[in-house]
Design a protein around this ligand. Structure first.
Ligand SMILES: *Cc1c(COP(=O)(O)O)cnc(C)c1O
Length: 407
């Protein structure tokens, strides 16, 4: 993250204050800075918040996704059904396992997977469904789980953006990460809702998965360093399987524990800002606003609007920036990136697909969302005045650019 420029309304701004600094000091003074008691406490508190039996902290959501996919048994050559319309790490994690992402299109209202396309994408080689809660908006887990169950497939949730988002399921409002699928993966990157600088978390109710995560994140080491350090006898550890260094540090976890305490307030203000955007922007003709399904409560990790047809995304964003307002383009389409040449992915049509690389016609809603959406500033400390400035400037810019196009 770049420090905020003066007079610029930033796209996001992590809420970090004196309490986080005190927590870092506590960790440093403890004499133990790598994965240790602060990580263990953060995990417990995180599990209690989301309502899962287990939570395992790792270095990022990307590494969390990698371990989750390994845990459900992904093998080289397997297929994982997911979306192209996501941050690239979603599909990268599949490729780390030498498996093939099968991309399905999204629902343009929620930017999430359209469950109607799932069936067609499932083949005998499908090993898992990787469901993304894009921009914090819960995806249609009920529909996804029904299809997964019918095919005997595990569901991994990419909940990178979705801490504090809720879904109405089994007659209750439940937090994302309270296991609905098999495993949920969270991110603590500064663009997300709470941050530890970098960091991730895996939640599950499956004790075997949790045991594997703990082994793999620490090189596959049979006896953790914390245990050996505290033991009165000499203990030799062993390494029975291939592991990784995917640990979170105690310094990060100490920050995370404070952030978790702030979370209810953060969610409250993000939701208030999200609703206010909806109200203030609803009179702009042709502007598409994100909608919350009845069974979902988003944390508004990002607020993306779809520009009226005919406007050029980049020039709208430049005009906003010239007037002191930062924005970002809509979520990327992974399959359009050079790192994803044909052969490294397939669309829901799989082998039958005749589309040229990077312009898959089957993923039309995904491409349109990338090309026409812009993400507006939203952060817990945003004032009503700042939000009004964003709204007024956007209205002005849209009006000017529509006129200059001679409509
Ligand atoms: C941010 C993000 C990730 C990656 O998270 P990191 O913690 O930066 O590794 C993965 N998936 C989605 C949907 C994201 O938004």
């Amino acid at each position: 993250m770049v420090a905020t420029k003066p007079n610029l309304i930033p796209i996001a701004k992590p809420l970090l204050a004196q309490e986080e600094i005190a927590a870092i000091t506590r960790a440093l003074n403890s004499g133990w800075v790598s994965q240790g008691p602060e990580v263990a406490a953060f995990e417990q508190e995180f599990a209690a918040y989301v309502g899962s039996n287990y939570a395992c902290a790792v270095s990022s959501c990307t590494t969390a996704l990698h371990l989750a996919l390994l845990a459900v048994g992904l093998q080289p050559g397997d297929e994982v059904v997911t979306v192209s319309h996501s941050f690239i790490a979603t599909a990268n994690a599949i490729r780390y396992c030498q498996a093939l992402p099968i991309f399905v299109d999204i629902d343009p209202q929620t930017f999430n997977v359209n469950p109607q396309h799932l069936e067609a994408a499932i083949s005998p080689r499908t090993r898992a469904i990787l469901a993304v809660h894009q921009l914090g908006m819960p995806c249609d887990l009920k529909a996804i789980l029904a299809i997964a169950q019918a095919h005997g497939l595990p569901v991994v949730e990419d909940a990178a953006c979705a801490i504090g988002s809720q879904i109405h399921i089994n007659e209750h409002w439940q937090n994302i990460g309270c296991p609905h699928g098999d495993i949920a993966c969270f991110s603590f990157h500064p663009r997300k809702v709470i941050t530890t600088g970098d960091g991730g978390m895996l939640t599950t109710n499956n004790p075997e998965y949790d045991r594997q995560f703990r082994l793999w994140r620490q090189h596959g080491m049979s006896v953790p360093d914390t245990v050996r350090h505290a033991a009165p006898q000499v203990i030799f550890e062993s390494y029975s399987e291939l592991g990784f260094n995917y640990r979170m540090t105690d310094i990060q976890a100490a920050i995370g524990r404070v952030q978790l305490q702030r979370l209810p307030d953060i969610i409250r203000s993000r939701r208030a800002l999200g609703y206010r955007y909806h109200t203030l922007l609803s009179d702009i003709p042709g502007l598409g606003l994100p909608t919350e399904p009845q069974w979902a409560r988003t944390n508004w990790q990002s607020y993306a609007v779809k520009l009226p047809i005919g406007l050029e995304q980049k020039s709208v964003m430049q005009a906003l920036l010239d007037r002191g307002i930062s924005s970002r383009r809509g979520v990327m389409c992974i399959h359009r990136e050079p790192a994803y040449p044909l052969g490294t992915w397939s669309c829901m049509q799989r082998a039958a697909c005749q589309c040229p690389p990077h312009s898959c016609e089957m993923l039309q809603e995904s491409r349109e969302a990338q090309d026409r959406c812009i993400i507006l500033p939203l952060y817990p400390e945003m004032t009503d005045k700042e939000q009004m400035q964003v709204v007024d400037t956007l209205k002005q810019v849209i009006h000017e650019q529509e006129c200059s196009h001679g409509s």
